[in-house]
Design a protein around this ligand. Structure first.
Ligand code: PRP
Ligand code: URA
Length: 206
């Protein structure tokens, strides 16, 4: 399933990120805020369990989240989405997957992975601002599946149709959430219109 999360605040903030003159500080802040807004929608169907509590007035049956949530940023750029989501869900555990895309071949290369325990029972949210060819997302999904993950959501800011189709074909069980579905990839594998190199813009390395 592909869901493009359309909301005026998300669109406005994404527009600021797309502008080439937007500086690192504002780029980072807008990404953080969009990630938080996306978290609200992505968690709408989380499984809940009944719990008995005591309020200061009476006992009461209400609900709490049933499952652990594991956030998996794809380094580097995925780190820019962690604060916005973990501010809303402070109990998240955070895995890390280090991948970089070879600039010539566009193939993803793994350089780091670290997971919390019990990934297999958790709801796993892989986060990365850019879904271009889909190579990095597919590799990250392969990696969390090897850890036993079964309930996986891929959360990206901007996606290209090529990347969406590639992930859907390889991992049809994974739900994809985007803030925008862009037009295409260019000959260098960059998303058009896109926002440029997300990692470089977040970390000021351009
Ligand atoms: C970017 C982006 C994704 C990947 C998307 O990372 O953050 O991880 O490219 O491209 P794909 O869908 O074609 O795989 P990059 O490899 O530039 O590394 P960085 O985050 O360290 O800048
Ligand atoms: N990675 C990025 O950071 N931007 C793109 O447009 C494609 C891949």
């Amino acid at each position: 399933m592909l869901k493009v999360l359309q909301h005026p605040l998300i669109t406005h903030k994404l527009t600021q990120m797309r502008k080439k003159e937007t500086k690192t500080k504002d780029f980072r802040q807008n990404l953080d805020e969009i990630a938080g807004l996306m978290a609200y929608e992505i968690t709408r169907d989380l499984p809940m369990k009944d719990v008995e509590i005591e309020t200061p007035i009476t006992s009461f049956t209400t609900q709490e989240m049933e499952k652990d949530i594991v956030l998996v940023p794809i380094l580097r750029a995925g780190l820019g989405m962690v604060n916005g989501i973990s501010n809303l869900i402070p109990t998240v555990k955070i895995a890390h997957i280090g991948l970089y895309r070879d600039e010539e071949t566009l193939e993803p290369h793994t350089y780091f992975e670290k997971y919390p325990k019990k990934v297999s029972d958790a709801i796993v949210m892989i986060v990365d601002p850019m879904l271009a060819t889909g190579g990095s997302a597919i590799a990250a999904i392969d990696m969390v599946k090897k850890q036993g993950a079964k309930n996986i959501r891929l959360v990206c800011l901007v996606g290209a149709p090529e990347g969406v189709h590639a992930v859907e074909e390889k991992h049809p069980d994974v739900d994809i959430y985007l803030a925008a579905l862009d037009e295409k990839l260019n000959e260098h594998g960059y998303i058009v219109p896109g926002l440029g190199d997300a990692g470089d813009r977040i970390f000021g390395t351009q």
